[in-house]
Ligand binder design. Sequence first.
Ligand code: ADP
Ligand code: MG
Length: 556
Amino acid sequence: MTPARDDLSAMTPHFTKDSAYEREAHEFVCVLAQKAIELIGAEGGCAGIRRPEGLECLKYFRKGEALPLECCFPLGDGLPGWLILHKSSYLTNDAPSDPRIRREFYQTYGVRSVLSTPILDANGEVIAFFELHNRLNGSGFDDRDEQLMLLVSQLASFALQKALAYSRKVAVRRHEQDLRQSEERFRLLVEGVQDYSIFMLDPEGRVSSWNKGAELIKGYEASEIMGRHFSCFYPEEDIRSGKPQKELEVATRDGRMEDEGWRLRKDGSRFWANVLITAIRDDSGRLVGFAKVTRDTTEKMKAQALLQEANERLANEVRERTEAQQKLANSESALRQLSLHLLRTQEEERRRIGRDLHDSLGQYLSVLKMKLDSVADSSDMPRQDIRECASLAEECITEVRTMSYLLYPPMLEEKGLKSAIPWYLDGFTKRTGIKTSFEVSPDLPRPLRDVELALFRVLQESLINVHRHSGSPSADIRLLEKEGGLVLEIRDKGKGIPADLERSGQDSVGSLGVGLRGMKERMQHLGGKLELTSTSEGTRVTATVPIEQSSSGLAK
Ligand SMILES: Nc1ncnc2c1ncn2[C@@H]1O[C@H](COP(=O)(O)OP(=O)(O)O)[C@@H](O)[C@H]1O
Ligand SMILES: [Mg+2]
């Protein structure tokens, strides 16, 4: 198994890039390489040091010149990579046919002979290397050169190991310094925070650090509170119930503990706190204390309480209003029931009075007339007087009949609206002099009895209004079927309903008179509606009842 790259570089003795010793070490191997080139009498060569990535070369020496050469040979790559693995020197006098030698060396510089020597540390690991190219005299390198170079590499090893150790020490020292600085920065940051009280407790719960925020929120200065047990921030009742200790136990068990509740300031006043306690452990997992962050959320809590109060008030108001609306709806419906009851009673009463007038008073009057007629023939009394009495009785009979029919037209029940309306219009014109017209679809189904009566009452009331209020010389009546409804329309050419009255007529209560309101009620009761359209040219009353409500097969 090959070790992961990071593990490998951690185990490798190497120079770190940013260390000054790396540069110095490099310089040092380069100087040694130049000396070796002179010593052996070679044309040129190079040198490099160990870095986490591999062996790194910076310069190529050739005929006394230093050319830049920036390349790094990883483990197993090229000749330097071979050196890292094999940790022994390498010699060849046939570079062009040696796959370990980079082509550019013999292509560009005509390198034929190569002598490469690793520099090992005390553990035998490669920490640097030298490489010599071509002898000046044209002959290849030999064993003697190799031995000499091994000696040079041993000498270099001492110096480099020292540099390496030193560079490591410096790196460690710098790391420690960085750590100290960042700790200091963090400490300053924590101390400076004013909105949060941030402090540390030792494992027993005694205060071991204090920040500005803690001072502001709790009122203690660091010198007064350091070393005191943190239970002094809790109200009496919490201390009695062992809350502070329990909170530490929870934080120890779960790693953290969050809580909201009342806490005490130094002056004994209370504030609503949001508290977070975190257990702090060292590398081995041993509990070394607790970090405690406290926020004063009294204002937030108060605002929330106010908001909640306002919400509750609003909810109450809504509830009260709904109840009032319900009551209003109830009393409205009770009123409607009452008015319907009144209308019904009124109808019954009218029918009774009508019948009484017709059946009893009418009969008496008829008998009286008959008697008067026979008396007139036989009596000694002056005939003229008796005839006048008879004609008065005749008029009474007509009047009583009219009254009784108007109160409850028997024709309505017998023949229906289609006949009752013309009969009524006839009488109306005679009594008022107002001309009328009636239009009705011939195939109109006969509505239910209740519907007929209601529509007849609308007709009566409307025509009385035309007579009383409109000043119109005529009235036009239509009875028709329209959009699934049975429609009765009464139109006049009078002065129109006063604007304010008409407006109030749009809602159900308004300041309408009893007549119009009664009509509306009757129509609503049947699931229909009453519409008023009025201009200075005249008024139109339209009563509509749904067909299914207005007729049935049996009633046709
Ligand atoms: N056809 C009409 N032309 C002009 N004004 C009318 C007409 N019908 C009703 N009005 C007006 O509407 C009012 C309300 O009518 P109504 O509810 O029948 O009560 P009332 O007839 O007892 O006054 C009348 O007083 C009148 O001013
Ligand atoms: Mg009226």
